[in-house]
Write a protein that binds this ligand. Sequence first.
Ligand SMILES: [Cu+2]
Length: 197
Amino acid sequence: MSQFFRTAARPMLGSIRRSFEARLELFFDAIPDGKPFHTFPGIALAVLALALLFASAQTGFAHEFKIGDLEIGHPWSRATPTGAKVAGGYFTITNKGGTSDRLLSISSDVSDKAELHEMGVKDGVMTMRPVAGGLEIPAGGKVALAPGGYHLMFIGLKRQPKQGEKFSATLTFEKAGTVSVDFAVEGMGGGMDDHAD
Ligand SMILES: [Cu+2]
Protein backbone atom coordinates (compact mmCIF):
# COMPACT_ATOMS: atom_id res chain seq x y z
CA MET A 1 0.00 0.00 0.00
CA SER A 2 2.73 2.46 0.90
CA GLN A 3 4.54 1.48 -2.29
CA PHE A 4 1.38 2.26 -4.21
CA PHE A 5 1.14 5.63 -2.52
CA ARG A 6 4.71 6.56 -3.26
CA THR A 7 4.73 5.66 -6.91
CA ALA A 8 1.19 6.19 -8.10
CA ALA A 9 -1.05 7.90 -5.63
CA ARG A 10 1.26 10.68 -4.61
CA PRO A 11 1.46 12.55 -7.92
CA MET A 12 -2.21 11.80 -8.41
CA LEU A 13 -3.07 13.20 -5.00
CA GLY A 14 -1.01 16.26 -5.79
CA SER A 15 -2.87 17.00 -8.99
CA ILE A 16 -6.23 16.26 -7.41
CA ARG A 17 -5.34 18.57 -4.58
CA ARG A 18 -4.25 21.31 -6.96
CA SER A 19 -7.42 21.15 -9.02
CA PHE A 20 -9.33 20.93 -5.80
CA GLU A 21 -7.69 24.06 -4.44
CA ALA A 22 -8.42 25.84 -7.71
CA ARG A 23 -12.06 24.89 -7.36
CA LEU A 24 -12.01 25.92 -3.74
CA GLU A 25 -10.87 29.39 -4.79
CA LEU A 26 -13.62 29.55 -7.41
CA PHE A 27 -16.08 28.53 -4.74
CA PHE A 28 -15.03 31.32 -2.42
CA ASP A 29 -14.87 33.82 -5.27
CA ALA A 30 -18.41 32.86 -6.16
CA ILE A 31 -19.73 33.93 -2.76
CA PRO A 32 -21.25 37.37 -3.29
CA ASP A 33 -19.81 40.17 -1.23
CA GLY A 34 -21.60 40.64 2.04
CA LYS A 35 -23.49 37.38 1.77
CA PRO A 36 -23.07 35.46 5.00
CA PHE A 37 -20.82 32.46 4.62
CA HIS A 38 -23.00 30.35 6.89
CA THR A 39 -25.58 29.96 4.15
CA PHE A 40 -23.30 27.22 2.79
CA PRO A 41 -22.38 25.44 6.02
CA GLY A 42 -22.79 21.90 4.75
CA ILE A 43 -20.71 22.44 1.65
CA ALA A 44 -18.12 24.49 3.51
CA LEU A 45 -17.63 21.82 6.15
CA ALA A 46 -17.28 19.08 3.56
CA VAL A 47 -14.80 21.21 1.63
CA LEU A 48 -12.76 21.89 4.77
CA ALA A 49 -12.78 18.23 5.78
CA LEU A 50 -11.51 17.19 2.35
CA ALA A 51 -8.87 19.91 2.33
CA LEU A 52 -7.60 18.73 5.72
CA LEU A 53 -7.56 15.16 4.49
CA PHE A 54 -5.38 16.06 1.53
CA ALA A 55 -3.15 18.25 3.65
CA SER A 56 -2.49 15.46 6.13
CA ALA A 57 -1.91 12.94 3.33
CA GLN A 58 0.76 15.28 1.98
CA THR A 59 2.60 15.85 5.24
CA GLY A 60 2.72 12.10 5.75
CA PHE A 61 5.26 11.89 2.94
CA ALA A 62 7.25 15.06 3.44
CA HIS A 63 10.14 15.45 5.80
CA GLU A 64 12.35 18.45 6.13
CA PHE A 65 15.56 19.56 7.81
CA LYS A 66 16.86 23.02 8.63
CA ILE A 67 20.27 24.52 9.09
CA GLY A 68 20.60 28.28 9.36
CA ASP A 69 18.70 29.83 6.45
CA LEU A 70 18.58 26.57 4.51
CA GLU A 71 15.73 24.10 4.31
CA ILE A 72 16.41 20.60 3.04
CA GLY A 73 13.20 19.12 1.68
CA HIS A 74 12.37 15.41 1.44
CA PRO A 75 15.73 13.69 1.01
CA TRP A 76 15.08 10.36 -0.73
CA SER A 77 16.94 7.58 -2.40
CA ARG A 78 15.92 4.60 -4.44
CA ALA A 79 16.19 0.98 -3.37
CA THR A 80 18.98 -0.75 -5.27
CA PRO A 81 19.15 -4.28 -6.66
CA THR A 82 21.38 -6.79 -4.89
CA GLY A 83 24.99 -6.22 -5.80
CA ALA A 84 24.56 -2.59 -6.84
CA LYS A 85 27.48 -0.43 -5.77
CA VAL A 86 25.90 2.99 -6.14
CA ALA A 87 22.67 4.71 -5.16
CA GLY A 88 21.31 8.17 -5.92
CA GLY A 89 20.25 10.83 -3.46
CA TYR A 90 17.71 13.56 -4.08
CA PHE A 91 16.22 16.53 -2.20
CA THR A 92 15.49 20.22 -2.52
CA ILE A 93 17.42 23.03 -0.88
CA THR A 94 15.68 26.32 -0.22
CA ASN A 95 17.74 29.30 0.81
CA LYS A 96 15.65 31.75 2.82
CA GLY A 97 18.62 33.97 3.55
CA GLY A 98 20.06 37.04 1.88
CA THR A 99 23.37 35.49 0.86
CA SER A 100 24.18 32.54 -1.32
CA ASP A 101 25.57 29.36 0.13
CA ARG A 102 27.24 26.30 -1.31
CA LEU A 103 26.83 22.58 -0.76
CA LEU A 104 30.41 21.41 -0.46
CA SER A 105 30.41 17.78 0.58
CA ILE A 106 28.34 14.79 1.64
CA SER A 107 29.12 11.73 3.70
CA SER A 108 27.13 8.72 4.87
CA ASP A 109 27.58 5.42 6.63
CA VAL A 110 25.92 3.54 3.75
CA SER A 111 28.79 4.09 1.34
CA ASP A 112 32.53 4.60 1.13
CA LYS A 113 31.97 8.06 -0.25
CA ALA A 114 29.33 10.35 -1.68
CA GLU A 115 29.65 12.77 -4.57
CA LEU A 116 27.61 15.56 -6.05
CA HIS A 117 26.87 14.77 -9.70
CA GLU A 118 25.30 16.55 -12.59
CA MET A 119 23.50 14.69 -15.34
CA GLY A 120 22.92 16.01 -18.79
CA VAL A 121 22.74 15.11 -22.45
CA LYS A 122 25.82 15.67 -24.57
CA ASP A 123 25.74 14.78 -28.28
CA GLY A 124 22.62 12.73 -27.65
CA VAL A 125 24.27 10.68 -24.93
CA MET A 126 23.42 10.81 -21.25
CA THR A 127 26.44 11.83 -19.27
CA MET A 128 27.12 12.22 -15.60
CA ARG A 129 29.97 14.09 -14.02
CA PRO A 130 31.01 15.30 -10.59
CA VAL A 131 30.23 18.94 -9.87
CA ALA A 132 33.47 20.76 -9.19
CA GLY A 133 33.57 23.36 -6.45
CA GLY A 134 30.22 22.49 -4.89
CA LEU A 135 26.67 23.45 -5.72
CA GLU A 136 25.61 27.06 -5.31
CA ILE A 137 22.32 27.79 -3.54
CA PRO A 138 21.45 31.37 -4.52
CA ALA A 139 20.08 33.83 -1.95
CA GLY A 140 16.31 33.40 -1.87
CA GLY A 141 16.59 30.54 -4.33
CA LYS A 142 15.71 26.89 -4.50
CA VAL A 143 17.79 24.12 -6.03
CA ALA A 144 16.42 20.65 -6.72
CA LEU A 145 18.46 17.47 -6.80
CA ALA A 146 16.33 15.10 -8.83
CA PRO A 147 16.66 12.17 -11.23
CA GLY A 148 17.97 13.47 -14.54
CA GLY A 149 19.72 16.53 -13.08
CA TYR A 150 21.84 17.28 -10.07
CA HIS A 151 21.96 14.36 -7.67
CA LEU A 152 24.05 12.82 -4.96
CA MET A 153 25.71 9.55 -5.68
CA PHE A 154 26.55 7.19 -2.86
CA ILE A 155 29.51 5.24 -4.15
CA GLY A 156 30.75 1.94 -2.80
CA LEU A 157 27.59 0.85 -0.98
CA LYS A 158 28.30 -1.11 2.18
CA ARG A 159 24.75 -2.51 2.19
CA GLN A 160 21.67 -2.34 0.00
CA PRO A 161 19.26 0.37 1.16
CA LYS A 162 15.82 -1.24 1.36
CA GLN A 163 12.55 0.31 0.44
CA GLY A 164 10.81 1.82 3.45
CA GLU A 165 13.94 2.32 5.55
CA LYS A 166 15.87 5.51 6.14
CA PHE A 167 19.58 6.12 6.22
CA SER A 168 21.35 9.21 7.44
CA ALA A 169 23.85 11.38 5.69
CA THR A 170 25.72 14.54 6.55
CA LEU A 171 25.66 17.58 4.29
CA THR A 172 28.27 20.28 4.67
CA PHE A 173 27.57 23.81 3.47
CA GLU A 174 30.13 26.55 3.13
CA LYS A 175 28.29 29.03 5.38
CA ALA A 176 25.43 27.22 7.11
CA GLY A 177 27.73 24.43 8.27
CA THR A 178 26.92 20.77 8.74
CA VAL A 179 23.52 19.11 8.99
CA SER A 180 22.47 15.49 9.35
CA VAL A 181 19.50 14.41 7.24
CA ASP A 182 17.59 11.16 6.73
CA PHE A 183 17.11 9.76 3.26
CA ALA A 184 13.84 7.87 2.80
CA VAL A 185 14.38 4.87 0.57
CA GLU A 186 11.68 4.56 -2.06
CA GLY A 187 10.85 1.76 -4.48
CA MET A 188 13.05 0.75 -7.41
CA GLY A 189 10.34 1.10 -10.04
CA GLY A 190 9.52 4.17 -12.06
CA GLY A 191 11.59 6.96 -13.50
CA MET A 192 14.86 6.54 -15.26
CA ASP A 193 17.71 4.48 -14.00
CA ASP A 194 20.22 7.25 -13.76
CA HIS A 195 22.96 5.15 -12.29
CA ALA A 196 23.35 2.45 -14.90
CA ASP A 197 26.65 2.56 -16.73
CU1 LIG B 1 25.58 10.04 -10.52
